[in-house]
Design a protein. Structure first.
Length: 145
């Protein structure tokens, strides 16, 4: 007689065997006609140019991580909303504190500028050019006279 863990193991073993057999069967059935075009790296229909080790802007990763963090937190609100009636005012206050902290975190990220794809360029102030030394000396002469 199988225990509960034995049933899970048998299910996982069956799943792995099914995947291995499907991949092996597809390899036997499909035609193998490699060409230079088929062996190229696929980049959305564009011809690959340059090295694959291109440095990406870190903003893409930061925005993705922020999205994941807030997405997971919003998903945690669903169970809270389902059991809200049973937990009374304490459950409401816990949820309200959670939402306030979530809003403060979002405001902080927004204020920092991490939700923007590209930060606006800060243009340095233009310094006034000094007058040539000859003009200074003429002005000083006029003042002296």
């Amino acid at each position: 007689m199988l225990t509960e863990f034995g049933k899970v193991f048998a299910f996982m073993l069956t799943a792995v065997l099914f995947v291995v057999m499907a991949v092996f069967a597809s390899k036997l059935i499909r035609p193998a006609r490699p060409t230079t075009e088929k062996l190229k790296t696929y980049e959305c229909g564009e011809n690959p140019e340059g090295s694959p080790w291109v440095k990406f802007n870190i903003r893409f990763y930061v925005v993705a991580l922020i999205f994941l963090i807030f997405d997971v937190e919003v998903v945690l609100l669903i169970p809270w909303a389902l059991v809200y009636k049973g937990s009374g005012i304490i459950g409401f206050l816990v949820g309200a504190i959670f939402l306030i902290l979530l809003g403060l975190g979002m405001a902080y990220e927004w204020r920092k500028g991490d939700l923007e794809w590209a930060r606006p360029k800060i243009i340095p102030p233009v310094l006034k050019k000094e007058e040539p030394p000859e003009e200074k000396s003429q002005k000083e002469l006029i003042i002296v006279e």
